[in-house]
Design a binder for this molecule. Structure first.
Ligand code: BMA
Length: 373
């Protein structure tokens, strides 16, 4: 936690304690019921380890890595990355979209119980778990991509017509996150990456769909509500798309130094030259902001759909990122339910051999190379 964070929580704690002692004096509420106002030791340790890890190399990550891959779904102890190079990625991400609806499985049909189990496994092997949230549109009932109404963010902020409904969704989210525990009952630390790609306008929380202040208020409400529900084991990642041209634009909707721990961006290759130019600009921006705000820089999503370039890993990706102080880069999912929608190689894929060279490069880190516990 940064200084500002400590200050904020110290103030909160003082307010709680004063409130509690007054209430206790009237016999209304014992102190012990107050929300824990500081982050868990494990979360603080993860943050410190992520910071020191940056000098050692760049961790490789893959979305939904142990859940499914090309030609399989739901197997145990399987991963396309592991099948190609022998080990799991150092970072795994999962998506919580549709948790808010109260069902058993995510928008990509991954059971929430399995997400929790794999997250704990990944924590225990010393890796990092990141969670995104393609949350449905609370006003229209549409998906996260329903950008038909530009008043949704306003409507869920305090005083808005959908505030109570959305606060309920945050409560559901907090309860679920609070259940990510080790067998001895300790909550595992998690990197939460909400409200991503907000510099584009394809999600209901995007650039053209809310004001700067509304977006920032959305973040604060999210972090405060989760904490009020006891979710004190989270680090937070801020990840716009590649729209920002400079650090000022990157920080236009910055939620605050006291909330954010990891800063990054999401980018995908279509045209190689354009991709490399945008990637380099975003790396310069994020690593500069990371340094001036004492945050951790990462490429929160990256990839080249179906990797139609046999030497992409060591010929394009690695040379583009290796000179930057980055915590990790993460490629998106190997979908089993969408044709040619995959971002990591699988055995027999034309780029598999090059991926092994990427894995062997001392600059890249996989599970086994790191222990963030
Ligand atoms: C997108 C695609 C979708 C998926 C969504 C959330 O980029 O992969 O198929 O539903 O992410 O995981």
């Amino acid at each position: 936690m940064q200084k500002e964070g400590i200050k904020r929580y110290a103030l909160k704690m003082a307010a709680c304690l004063i409130g509690a002692s007054l209430l206790t004096a009237c016999g209304a509420k014992p102190k012990s019921e107050e929300t824990q106002a500081v982050r868990t030791e494990r979360a603080e340790r993860l943050l410190a380890n992520l910071k020191s890890q940056v000098d050692k190399g760049i961790m490789f990550g893959h979305h939904d890595d142990p859940m499914y891959g090309i030609g399989w779904v739901g197997d145990e102890e399987r991963s396309d990355v592991k099948s190609v190079c022998g080990v799991y990625p150092a970072v795994m991400s999962f998506d919580l979209g549709e948790l808010e609806l109260g069902g058993e499985a995510s928008l990509d049909n991954v059971p929430f119980a399995r997400i929790r189990r794999e997250a704990v496994n990944q924590y225990q092997r010393g890796g990092l778990v990141s969670l995104s949230w393609h949350v449905r549109n609370p006003k229209t009932g549409g998906t996260a991509w329903d950008n038909s109404d530009s008043t949704v963010v306003r409507s869920i902020l305090p005083g808005g017509a959908c505030h109570e409904k959305f606060a309920g969704w945050l409560g559901t989210l907090a309860n679920y996150l609070n259940s990510f525990t080790t067998p001895d009952g300790e909550k595992i630390p998690l990197l939460f990456r909400p409200w991503h790609e907000h510099t584009g306008s394809w999600f209901w929380w995007g650039q053209a769909l809310c004001s700067d202040d509304e977006y920032k208020a959305l973040w604060r409400m999210t972090a405060d509500t989760l904490l009020a529900h006891g979710a004190n084991h989270l680090l937070y990642a801020y990840s716009p798309g590649t729209e920002p041209q400079d650090t000022t634009q990157y920080l236009q909707r910055w939620p605050g130094d006291d909330i954010v721990d990891v800063i990054g961006f999401d980018t995908y290759q279509f045209d190689r030259d354009q991709f490399l130019a945008g990637l380099d600009r975003m790396l310069q921006i994020t690593t500069a902001v990371a340094q001036s705000h004492q945050k951790i820089a990462a490429v929160t999503e990256i990839g080249y759909e179906s990797i139609p370039d046999a030497t992409w890993w060591t010929g394009t990706l690695l040379p583009a990122v290796e000179r930057y102080p980055l915590s990790y880069l993460l490629v998106w999912r190997n979908a089993h339910d969408k044709e040619n929608h995959y971002y990591a190689p699988y055995p027999g894929h034309p780029s598999a051999e090059d991926f092994v060279a990427f894995y062997k490069n001392p600059k890249t880190l996989f599970a086994g190379d790191v222990d963030l516990k």
